[in-house]
Design a protein around this ligand. Sequence first.
Ligand SMILES: O=P(O)(O)OC[C@H]1O[C@H](OP(=O)(O)OP(=O)(O)O)[C@H](O)[C@@H]1O
Ligand SMILES: Nc1ncnc2[nH]cnc12
Length: 171
Amino acid sequence: MNEIEQYIRVIQDFPKEGVLFKDIATLLQNPKAMQLCKKQLIDLVGDQKIDKVIGIESRGFFFGTLLAAHFNAGFIPVRKPGKLPYKTISELYDLEYGTDAVEIHIDAIKKGERVLIHDDVLATGGTANAVCKLVERLGGEIVQCNFIIQLDFLNGKEKLKNYTIASALQY
Ligand SMILES: O=P(O)(O)OC[C@H]1O[C@H](OP(=O)(O)OP(=O)(O)O)[C@H](O)[C@@H]1O
Ligand SMILES: Nc1ncnc2[nH]cnc12
């Protein structure tokens, strides 16, 4: 068993009935678990060169900045609509529990830059796929989509089949 699994709290019927929510707040509370998780996410990338790390709002921000510091890369927040102050492009997507959109600043990524996309959970893949489209519209090259948790039964892998995905835990 992966040691970090015990630090993830599972909550039934949040935010909607039928959803088994994987809560990383309990992992974030624990410095040992944070270190373990950080190392595993770094190991998923290996020695590949990374120019920019994208953290997806909001739970992709926690480890996204740690990954950026490790790889000596810039950190780029991808945010929900109306949160970024400069000029943005946006993509709509479907969620396990609703629909939403993601936005990125138009100057966040330069053509040809090597991009690592990070989030806490890969569920249906709608969010990560929309972020991949944003990166491609700006001319970035997606090196990997990197997650703490992958929910296999929601088939996000299929939606992201054109990209390399990696995760520390699979359910
Ligand atoms: O693979 P998908 O089906 O697209 O779902 C995964 C996304 O859902 C959660 O975010 P949420 O939208 O709940 O936002 P939050 O991180 O701000 O809580 C999670 O952190 C991912 O970003
Ligand atoms: N089941 C789940 N647990 C945590 N985050 C999620 N995002 C989408 N589905 C989720």
